[in-house]
Design a protein around this ligand. Structure first.
Ligand SMILES: *[C@@H]1O[C@H](CO)[C@@H](O)[C@H](O)[C@H]1NC(C)=O
Ligand SMILES: *[C@@H]1O[C@H](CO)[C@@H](O)[C@H](O)[C@H]1NC(C)=O
Ligand SMILES: *[C@@H]1O[C@H](CO)[C@@H](O)[C@H](O)[C@H]1NC(C)=O
Length: 361
């Protein structure tokens, strides 16, 4: 009886995933559209790797689960001999900033902002999973997708649809997922093991040793920029987005055809003169102690944007001159400002379907 229920449950989970994928595929896209946001759908919790039928079977499975024990948690994979630069952060040794304990305005802040400020100076964390080889050689379009450890099914759908790695008329497309660590204690052990396995199969995960929380999204942003600066000397363009959007790489390629590199391309769904939200119940609430201006610099919000590779490197350098800001999209806008680069709005980015109640990703 129990076995029966399990089978039905698995089938339901799988068909649910397929329906979403097929719907997304069938909806299609107008030629001038790059990206479409999606309503957040709560998928039933599934046992990620087991509940899916795969096209291929992977013979490594048995040994994989056993041999890992002795290995150190930090691993750098496939670092080639000619790689001169590499991720240089190997320890997490960052204590709370005691300076705040003396200031009055700090005491009046909400606990989550206090937590944010206490550790804001902790800029970089070690890498748990790295793939320097993804950026070796000429990469025309690097697709990077923010994801969290439990969203295995979304990554799976992306790999099978718009995130497929391929070469179009000599232009190489590569895909990577950006992750931190599980934010819930009970998820940590099991999901990490599954993620290691997923990475073992697909080799497309970058993971850093910081908690995947809403306020740590900006950490993900700066870690990625640093990573690009270290490893990606020959990446022409980058699409960076969430794992709940649908993207048309062929439309992006067409759009990029007449773009020259190094012309500081930054395109997305751009917000001009947006105001910081001062209502405490709002997810994007920002106390004026943290940001006292009335208007944000222009920034690309809502799910994804395209930039050229050289600009990403300059953004990394600009980011290091600024203090981290809890909203990642806005933070990137703040980095563009000193570079005097204006993000350009393009109607190919449709993020209207996307609810503004995102979780960390
Ligand atoms: C961490 O930093 C503190 C203070 O800077 C230092 O005393 C300590 O030795 C460091 N620990 C490690 C493991 O590096
Ligand atoms: C705390 O204040 C001192 C003195 O102003 C400064 O040197 C130090 O960098 C501050 N600590 C942090 C973590 O920002
Ligand atoms: C961000 O990640 C670090 C490292 O895991 C953690 O100590 C910190 O509490 C996180 N910050 C927030 C605001 O969640």
């Amino acid at each position: 009886m129990f076995q029966w229920k399990k089978t039905i449950y698995k089938t339901v989970c799988l068909s649910f995933l397929l329906v979403i994928t097929v719907t997304v595929l069938q909806r299609g896209m107008a030629p001038n559209q790059f990206m479409q946001g999606q309503q957040q759908k709560e998928l039933p919790p599934s046992d990620p790797l087991k509940s899916q039928k795969r096209d291929n079977t992977f013979s490594i499975s048995n040994t994989f689960w056993k041999t890992k024990k002795e290995k150190a948690p930090v691993k750098e994979e496939s670092v080639t001999a000619e790689q001169t630069k590499s991720w240089d952060v190997t320890t997490t040794n960052c204590s709370a900033n005691q300076n705040f304990s003396k200031v009055d305005w700090f005491k009046g802040l909400e606990p989550n902002f206090q937590q944010f400020l206490l550790y804001r100076h902790c800029r970089y964390f070690p890498m748990l999973i790295n793939h320097p080889e993804k950026c070796s050689g000429d990469v025309y379009l690097l697709i990077v997708v923010k994801s969290i450890i439990t969203q295995h099914d979304r990554r799976e759908a992306i790999r099978r649809t718009w995130g497929q790695e391929k070469e179009v008329e000599g232009k190489r497309i590569r895909t990577l997922f950006l992750l931190g660590t599980a934010s819930k204690e009970e998820e940590r052990a099991n999901h990490q093991k599954l993620l290691d396995y997923e990475n073992h199969i697909y080799g497309d995960i970058l993971q850093w040793d910081f908690l995947d929380s809403f306020f740590n999204l900006t950490l993900k942003e700066v870690h990625f920029l640093k990573w690009v600066d270290i490893y990606c000397d020959n990446v022409h363009f980058i699409f960076k987005g969430d794992d709940d959007v649908f993207v048309s790489p062929s439309n992006i390629l067409e759009f990029l055809e007449d773009k020259k590199e190094g012309e500081d391309l930054f395109v997305g769904d751009v917000l001009h003169r947006a105001r910081p939200i001062r209502k405490k119940e709002n997810k994007y609430y920002i106390p004026s102690a943290l940001y006292n201006k009335n208007i944000y610099p222009p920034y690309a919000g809502g799910g994804g944007f395209i930039m050229d590779g050289a600009l990403a490197k300059r953004l990394h350098k600009a980011s290091e001159t600024l203090e981290l800001y809890p909203i990642d999209d806005v933070f990137l806008g703040m980095c563009l400002e000193p570079l005097k680069v204006l993000p350009v709005g393009h109607e190919g980015f449709k993020s209207f379907g996307k609810k503004k109640t995102r979780t960390a990703r």
